[in-house]
Write a protein that binds this ligand. Structure first.
Ligand SMILES: Nc1ncnc2c1ncn2[C@@H]1O[C@H](COP(=O)(O)OP(=O)(O)OP(=O)(O)O)[C@@H](O)[C@H]1O
Ligand SMILES: [Mg+2]
Length: 311
């Protein structure tokens, strides 16, 4: 397999990205629930039209292959390894978690949990160490999804790098364990395309490629509303305008890595704390006070969240 050196890129330029919950080396178990609940959770996600369409297509395909199999008709092999391409905070992990749950409920995966890792969880420091670490992660993921973030970094060091060893072990396992393990490689668009183009043997093993586009202002405001609604808060008119202005400053060219929906989530979570500080010394706090996020909460949250981001 030919490996090409690809320029590494450090993820997350904002404090917002850093304050998000620790993501890697983590196993997310899934709660037992019904397929309909998980599907509606997926449908509730803002935008992601092509992702939802594709998920529906996969589900239909799986169901029909099962029925064909029952009728002793030739059925296509079910290979569900995937490539997710998109900037930070575009919903890749969120969708992967939903898929784990959906595939468990469809009996495609026995557990449906998500093991989210990155290069450091796979690549070791001496000969043999990488294969051992990679096998451990694969073992943890059996019955679920192994999600490798910034997967292109496995090709970072070229032929002599241990990343190549990790890729070789992964490739073998994705063939051997394809009935009870789904491998998802995720990363930025450009780097993933480069990575796969220079590793054609790898590319051909992933039948499903999903693009996660950046959200527009309207979608990011909708995501803010969704997060607030779940926590029983709402934005005042002026808070909404303040949030819109901040979002407008953080989308488009030059801000691809500033966090997308994660930035919005962090802003909202911080503004909820700012609201608490604003209200704590107020007399006669009304129900309306408790519900409403004001523009000062948003602008103070922005000051805390975005100290490292250029304007
Ligand atoms: N379409 C959406 N609707 C509602 N909330 C969303 C949506 N997309 C992302 N979010 C929220 O934004 C946050 C970040 O999303 P997520 O972690 O899935 O992004 P990611 O693409 O995996 O980012 P990274 O590449 O940095 O790991 C999560 O809290 C998630 O719930
Ligand atoms: Mg993620």
């Amino acid at each position: 397999m030919e490996i090409k050196i690809i320029r590494p890129r450090t993820k997350g330029i904002s404090n917002a990205a850093q304050t998000d919950e620790g993501k890697h080396g983590k196993t997310r178990e899934i709660e037992p629930r019904h397929l309909a609940d998980t599907m509606s959770e997926l449908n509730e996600l803002v935008g992601l039209t092509s992702v939802k369409k594709l998920v529906f297509e996969i589900l239909a395909f799986v169901e029909i292959q099962k029925k064909r199999h029952a009728e002793k008709l030739v059925s296509e092999p079910l290979v569900l390894h995937m490539i997710f391409k998109g900037n930070p905070g575009t919903g890749k992990t969120t969708v992967a978690r939903c898929l784990g749950s959906i595939f468990k409920q469809m009996n495609i995966l026995s557990k449906g949990h998500l093991v989210e890792i990155e290069r450091a969880d796979l690549v070791g420091e001496y000969i043999g160490h990488t294969a051992q670490k990679t096998r451990e992660q694969l073992k943890k993921s059996l019955g679920g999804i192994l999600f490798i973030d910034e997967a292109y970094s496995l090709a970072r060091g070229g032929e002599k790098d241990f990343g190549k060893e990790a890729i070789d072990v992964l490739v073998k396992s994705m063939e051997d364990q394809k009935d009870n393990l789904i491998l998802i490689l995720a990363g930025y668009n450009y780097e993933m395309v480069e990575f796969l183009n220079t590793n054609p043997g790898l590319k051909s093993r992933f039948p499903i490629h999903i693009d996660f586009p950046d959200y527009n202002v309207h979608e990011l405001l909708e995501i803010a509303d969704l997060i607030l609604k779940k926590r029983q808060y709402s934005l005042s008119e002026s808070a909404r305008s303040a949030l819109k202005r901040i979002i407008e400053l953080h989308i488009g060219k030059g801000y691809e890595y500033s966090g997308n929906a994660r930035l919005v989530r962090n802003l909202i979570e911080k503004s909820i704390r700012r609201q608490a500080v604003r209200l704590i010394n107020k007399k006669d706090i009304t129900r309306e006070d408790l519900l409403l996020i004001e523009d000062s909460d948003i602008t103070e949250a922005r000051a805390q969240c975005l100290t490292n981001v250029k304007f």
